[in-house]
Design a protein around this ligand. Structure first.
Ligand code: IPD
Ligand code: CA
Ligand code: CA
Ligand code: CA
Length: 266
């Protein structure tokens, strides 16, 4: 499979950061960890990986802007292009020795998602997608799962922890969905959850209060794998609202309906 120049740049950055994460994962008990808020951890591993991704991308495409989880916005002199970077998605898993974490990088051109790369170094799984060029897991083309009945599905989600709001809404959502599916999973890394939908491993996924760096690369992957992605209102405002619902056409529609039964938080 021939990869485009831009995907190669992103893969190189994600894999270099991923190797750094893998080394730190092996010595996780020695890492300096701090809290950004209740239940919200960051470590040297996140910061180191972010620096690597930033330096690799800036070297290859000088002038592009960045939106990164740990360093925020870095404005460039090219107004057309912006990188969205989560250097370590699944920090809590990582710090607990659970090998479900990833580097996530997306590229926007004139506000449109055009390329995405997600890399889980613990499993050596590389997810890539380019607008109009399909989505791949390593060298295999990805397609969303074909199941169309909710009763056959396994659905991923994310639920808030201490210090985050909307616990009541999350419980109502779970109640509305759990009785309809074969199972719900909370894997703990939103970028991977969404990549798993693109790969057909999860039939669908929903979560609220996510940030653009959590979802950007995955959104493109699901679209390129033939799936549907919207926010909770059925619109394309995933970055502004922080909510995401995805799956194949039928499962997306069913999930949207089930989740719209939950009244919005006061
Ligand atoms: C978190 C993970 C988690 C989701 C949280 C995110 P981080 O990202 O994706 O699954 O439920 O909302 O903040 O902090 O590990 O990069
Ligand atoms: Ca974080
Ligand atoms: Ca994240
Ligand atoms: Ca992160």
């Amino acid at each position: 499979m021939a990869r485009s120049a831009i995907i190669n740049v992103m893969v190189q950055a994600a894999m270099k950061a991923g190797r750094s994460l893998a080394r730190d994962f092996g010595e996780v008990q020695n890492l300096q960890v701090s809290l950004k808020g209740p239940g919200d951890y960051v470590s040297q591993a996140d910061r180191k990986a972010e620096q690597i991704v930033h330096d690799e991308l800036a070297k290859a495409r000088p002038g592009y802007s960045f939106l990164m989880e740990e360093s925020g916005t870095v404005a460039g002199d090219d107004p057309q292009h912006r990188w969205l970077v989560d250097p370590l998605d699944g920090t809590t898993n990582f710090l607990h020795g659970i090998p479900l974490f990833a580097v996530s990088i997306a590229l926007e051109r004139q506000g449109q998602l055009v390329a995405g790369v997600i890399y889980n170094p613990a499993m050596d799984e590389l997810y890539t997608a380019e607008r109009g060029g399909g989505a791949f897991l390593n060298d295999r083309r990805m397609r969303v799962a074909a199941r169309s009945q909710m009763s056959d599905t396994v659905i991923g989600t994310g639920i808030p922890h201490l210090g985050r709001g909307h616990h009541g809404r999350a419980l109502l959502d779970l109640r509305n969905v759990m009785g309809e599916t074969s199972g719900i999973r909370r894997l703990g890394a939103a970028a991977l959850d969404i990549a798993y939908v693109a790969a057909g491993r999860l039939d669908g996924f929903w979560e609220d209060d996510l940030k653009p760096w959590d979802t950007a690369a995955g959104i493109l992957m699901v679209r390129e794998a033939g799936g549907f992605v919207t926010d909770r209102d059925g619109k394309q405002n995933m970055f502004d609202t922080g909510s995401i619902i995805c799956g194949n056409e039928a499962i997306h529609r069913s999930l949207l309906k089930l989740l719209q039964k939950t009244a919005p938080p006061a």
